[in-house]
Design a protein around this ligand. Structure first.
Ligand SMILES: [Zn+2]
Length: 85
């Protein structure tokens, strides 16, 4: 798996977003997360989308993210990386 920036792959970022927004990450994970966000447009857009969802619903859980949306995002990342190469 290709690593971006500080070393967290985008796929893992998707999994960390919920914990990040709930403040469940350790400071070390949070720093790596924020460093990745700073350099990755795709993950930043995803984080913003999740933030909006959280604001609307007041909470986040796995059901909030449809499997389709998650798959589409991961495919988008793959395409984007393929183009960048
Ligand atoms: Zn990313």
């Amino acid at each position: 798996m290709r690593l971006v920036g500080s070393g967290i792959p985008c796929r893992q970022m998707v999994e960390l977003v919920t914990d990040y927004l709930e403040g469940a990450l350790s400071w070390r994970e949070r720093r790596r997360f924020e460093r990745h966000i700073a350099g990755c447009d795709g993950c930043r857009a995803y984080l913003e989308q999740m933030r909006r969802t959280l604001r609307v619903l007041g909470r986040l859980d796995e059901e909030t993210i449809s499997p389709e949306a998650r798959d589409a995002l991961l495919h988008a990342f793959r395409d984007w990386r393929a183009e960048a190469r």
